[in-house]
Design a protein around this ligand. Structure first.
Ligand code: WTA
Length: 650
């Protein structure tokens, strides 16, 4: 990020009608941090509560007395807030626009009234299958309306959903099902992405043959592509057969604000992915409020977030935020480059999208194909652009701004995490001047700070580890089934603060520039992969003795996966084994964890106590052998020389 920090001042036309102006921002921000309970108490009025909360905030990051509670005496139901309360005024408004993978298929428009009926029917079906408040339901679906319906139906009956991204392999599904002991899985015969079929039901079948999954009583299967799949009765039931006969009304469960809404698994530094748990009241307040303010939402907007519901961005900014706000949200089944690299822009024109939210990796990939595929479309409907998931390099930002947005639409570069439930650092387009590559300033109530490795607070212009000094309603509450891991991961490193795992720079204007993960998480195309997960997949292969995995800079993906592999004695490295190991990782985790480079390592650089020196491996992967630093503490410094010599040049 060593680019001159150009400033793109607030667009006066945008500011004239914006929800938040510069003065509003300064005033409301001050209010939000000086009196969080007062501020968030008022914001909570945006939801419909069965019982209005009177206790707004009860938080302590002190480990001796740790607690995070928001709105703890309030009662509500998330699906009621996303559906029922809109029926009077917006019953005939389009809630979802469904755009198929195949553009020749007619798009589907689903009104709030229709969506309500579909959710109620599935909710009734879930109850008839024995699903009760607090039960866990795994959702493994493509980007089709049923994914949204399934999440809201769980919310309606108080079941905790765990959405598993459709790109994950059977072992990853099984791990997630086993961890939260799901009672029911909702899947489809197949998914469809870029014209290719994804065998979702077959993956579920394979997952359910693996250990720890025998809590699953029922698998509901949506007919999507219509291909034949194995149905194992009575476990497997066709979704339509179970749902069609159900009534279109369903009494919602009364949920306490702190009752769980969902679990979403995400990768961390160590071990298996952890089940990030979000609760009902605080999460919904935060997701809906940030969605309205950050995207400057108006009643007639057509909003499109290109994320998959398998990630938190899909949860907060396709489903819960937009629907709680009564917005029209587009659900896209496909990919940016199918059938052509103009697809995104064609969809924007076709549905007159006004607010568009995507990932830097998609922008970088499309930028490579030049301006023409963009320029041949109109995009005149757009009024705001957003990015999320990883740092955006200023070149990609400018291309997005100038070519996609015709230098008309401000860009909100939104920084947040699965753990945070919603956007924490972001421009508000009517209030904050933009700088390409910077997520700019904290949202209301968010107090970022930078600390050095010892936890010392860094003031003014500085670079360090990003922590947050106080809670916000959308904060995760625990790691499902492992509260100690929650505390250890986020609250022990820098006591009294929430540690984000990100590095960050603050410039002279107080703008925040996220520099990327400082832990052992790799951000591949905006998707988090733990190095430990890829390593454990590699060593589960019988010919692998040891593996170490690091990230390296990648032009399109942001970061790529670089694996060092030591074979067991007697095994020789071959091209075939190379392919086999890459395929093995894909099979164990899923295609998103495919190593970009795999280097044979006769040995790995270790300290004398046996700890792998990842810093050195990262430098070799980055092709910066001159920056290896001190190698004298290594048990066998010669290992490094041979790794540098044998480096696989990308
Ligand atoms: C990174 C995605 C820079 C960051 C919502 C964070 C970003 C991780 C940005 C969380 C951004 C997300 N600029 N980096 N605008 N947004 N990140 O949990 O490293 O999938 O910690 O949540 O993505 O990824 P997650």
């Amino acid at each position: 990020m060593n680019h001159p920090a150009a400033v793109y001042p607030i667009d006066p036309d945008f500011a004239a009608n914006a929800r938040v102006t510069r003065e509003d921002y300064e005033r409301q921000y001050a209010e939000s941090v000086n009196d969080p309970a007062g501020f968030w108490g008022k914001v909570a009025d945006r939801l419909d509560w069965f019982t209005k909360p009177t206790k707004i905030k009860d938080v302590s990051y002190d480990l001796a007395d740790f607690r995070i509670h928001w709105y703890e005496d309030g009662e509500l139901n998330a699906s009621v807030n996303c559906l029922d309360r809109h029926l009077d005024e917006r019953g005939d408004k389009t809630a979802l626009i469904f755009e198929h993978d195949d553009p020749s298929q007619p798009a589907e428009r689903i009104t709030y009234r229709e969506l309500h009926a579909r959710v109620c029917k599935l909710a009734n079906a879930l109850r008839s299958l024995g699903v009760r408040k607090g039960d866990r339901v795994t959702i493994y679906l493509p980007m089709i309306p049923e994914a949204v319906v399934a999440m809201l139906a769980c919310a309606r009956v108080g079941a905790i959903h765990s959405v598993v991204f459709g790109g994950f392999a059977p072992q990853s599904i099984a791990d997630r099902v086993a961890d939260c002991q799901s009672k029911l899985i909702i899947t489809a015969d197949e998914g469809l992405r870029g014209g290719k079929k994804v065998p979702l039901k077959a993956n579920v079948d394979a997952a359910l043959k693996l250990g720890g999954t025998n809590t699953v009583e029922t698998v509901l299967v949506v007919r999507h592509t219509g291909s034949a799949v194995d149905m194992q009765m009575p476990r497997d039931r066709w979704y339509d057969a179970v749902v069609d006969e159900q009534p279109t009304q369903c009494a919602p469960e009364r949920m306490n604000a702190e009752d769980p809404l969902f679990i979403l698994y995400t990768s961390g530094s160590t071990g298996k992915p952890k089940g990030v748990l979000h609760t009902t009241g605080g999460y919904l307040v935060y997701a809906s409020y940030t969605h309205e303010v950050v995207f400057d939402l108006r009643e007639d907007d057509v909003y499109w977030c290109t994320a998959d519901v398998g990630w938190v961005t899909g949860h907060s900014y396709i489903v819960y935020g937009p629907l709680a706000n009564g917005a029209t949200a587009l659900v896209f089944e496909g990919v940016p480059n199918y059938p052509t690299v103009s697809r995104f822009w064609e969809v924007i024109d076709k549905h007159q999208v006004t607010l568009f939210y995507t990932a830097p990796t998609a922008i970088r990939a499309l930028m490579r194909d030049g301006d023409e595929p963009v320029k041949k479309t109109s995009r005149a409907s757009l009024r705001l652009l957003g990015t999320v998931g990883e740092p955006i390099n200023p070149e990609a930002w400018r291309w997005y701004y100038e070519v996609v947005g015709d230098s008309r639409s401000p860009i909100v570069d939104t920084w947040w995490q699965t753990e945070t439930g919603g956007i924490l650092i972001t421009p508000l387009a009517g209030a904050i001047d933009l700088k390409p590559g910077s997520a700019t300033k904290p949202f209301f109530g968010i107090q970022p700070a930078l600390v050095d490795a010892n936890g010392g607070r860094l003031e003014g212009e500085a670079e360090g580890n990003l922590v947050l000094l106080d809670s916000w309603p959308g904060q995760m509450r625990t790691v499902y089934g492992d509260h100690a891991r929650f505390i250890d991961t986020y609250f022990r490193t820098y006591p009294g603060t929430y540690f984000t795992g990100d590095g960050c720079r603050r410039d002279a204007d107080g703008y925040y520039w996220i520099t990327g993960r400082v832990d052992d998480v790799i951000n591949v195309s905006g998707h988090r992969i733990g190095t430990a997960e890829v390593e454990s997949a590699l060593v589960s292969h019988p010919k692998v003795a040891e593996a170490a995995v690091v990230g390296f800079p990648h032009d399109i993906k942001g970061q790529g996966i670089y694996a060092y592999v030591t074979l067991i004695a007697g095994e020789a490295p071959t091209d075939e084994l190379h392919k086999e190991l890459v395929a093995h990782v894909r099979k164990e985790i899923g295609p998103i964890a495919t190593p970009d480079h795999l280097q044979w390592a006769p040995g790995l650089p270790k300290t004398r106590s046996g700890k792998i020196m990842r810093r050195i491996l990262r430098k070799i992967a980055e092709n910066a052998p001159d920056q290896l630093g001190d190698t004298s503490t290594l048990a066998d410094p010669a290992v490094v020389e041979s790794l540098v010599r044998e480096r696989r040049v990308p």
